[in-house]
Design a protein around this ligand. Structure first.
Ligand code: KIV
Length: 290
């Protein structure tokens, strides 16, 4: 399926994405960390729509089409109900809206855990349908064989360890991980297994800082923290969280703006102007030609 369309700007409100420039690549992201040293931290944000991707792209090294879209876009209670089709459609939109960042798409719950063959089939579907460059999947040592299998067959994989939201029913909630010695050892071991299996980067989510730092030091590929540490090789946030779209602000989020307030105020003004017939005004109405 082609995800590229020619936009007629006289009929479509979608902004055309600038002419493709040379996009960053997965090997470039991987090479960001060499001999255990990485330069300036990698910048990753979630994106789910074409216009959002256009606005974020120039500032980011990676755009993640996260399965967090289940909660953020669809109002679902968790990421568990998210489907492959949802991921493929949003990832295609993000690819259409971007030209610089590497686009990574999350494999949703149930699409990769059963076997490495199942993972290949569904990861290939996501990349074919969307044009994204890589997939992300959750889990540590138990996913290493799958990561190697995909990687050897042309599908770059980003790992995800620590707090893995698709396992919420096993974990019992979204609490930070790595507080006990056994959990801490497991997180570092998971990161190492994924690294050895060929993951090009690893998200470390919701992990107490010393363990996030230990995991970062233990692996050769870049780590990308969320609720982890500034010592990770990069950072990611859910864009709507950092823009202030939601009332609940998790501890690890820095709210850079309060977009919900801006929208509320703007829409209240629109509603007031409609009700008082101040809108539409003369500039927004068509008059007969004289
Ligand atoms: O789904 C998502 O947005 C994620 C990030 C929070 C890392 O996995």
């Amino acid at each position: 399926m082609s995800t590229t369309f020619q936009l007629d700007t006289s009929t479509s409100r979608a902004n055309p994405t600038p002419q493709p420039m040379k996009r960053l690549t997965v090997p470039k992201i991987r090479a960001h960390k060499t001999d255990g040293q990485s330069g300036e931290p990698l910048v990753m944000l979630t994106a789910y729509t074409a216009r959002q991707a256009q606005l974020l792209d120039a500032h980011c090294d990676l755009l993640l089409v996260g399965d967090s879209l289940g909660q953020v876009i669809y109002g679902l209670p968790s990421t568990i109900p998210v489907t492959l089709d949802m991921m493929a459609n949003h990832a295609a939109a993000v690819v259409r809206g971007s030209y610089h960042a590497v686009v990574v798409v999350d494999m949703p719950f149930g699409s990769y855990e059963a076997s490495k063959e199942q993972a290949f089939e569904n990861a290939a579907f996501l990349l074919k349908q969307s044009g994204a460059a890589a997939v992300k999947l959750e889990g540590g040592a138990q996913m290493a064989e799958t990561v190697a299998f995909l990687n050897q067959r042309g599908i770059p994989v980003m790992g995800h360890v620590g707090l893995t939201p698709q396992a919420v029913n096993v974990l019992g909630g979204y609490m930070a991980r790595g507080r006990s010695d056994s959990e801490a050892d497991k997180i570092v071991g998971d990161a190492k297994s994924l690294d050895e299996a060929g993951a090009f980067a690893i998200v470390i989510e919701g992990v107490v800082e010393p363990i996030a730092i230990a995991a970062t030091r233990a692996v050769s590929c870049p780590t990308i923290g969320i609720g982890a540490s500034a010592q990770c090789d990069g950072q990611v946030l859910v864009t709507e969280d950092m823009l202030g779209m939601f009332d609940r602000v998790p501890r690890f989020v820095k709210q850079y703006e309060n977009i919900a307030e801006v929208i509320g105020k703007t829409v209240a003004q629109y509603a007031e102007e409609v009700r008082s017939r101040a809108f539409p005004g003369e500039p927004q109405t068509y008059q007969p030609k004289s």
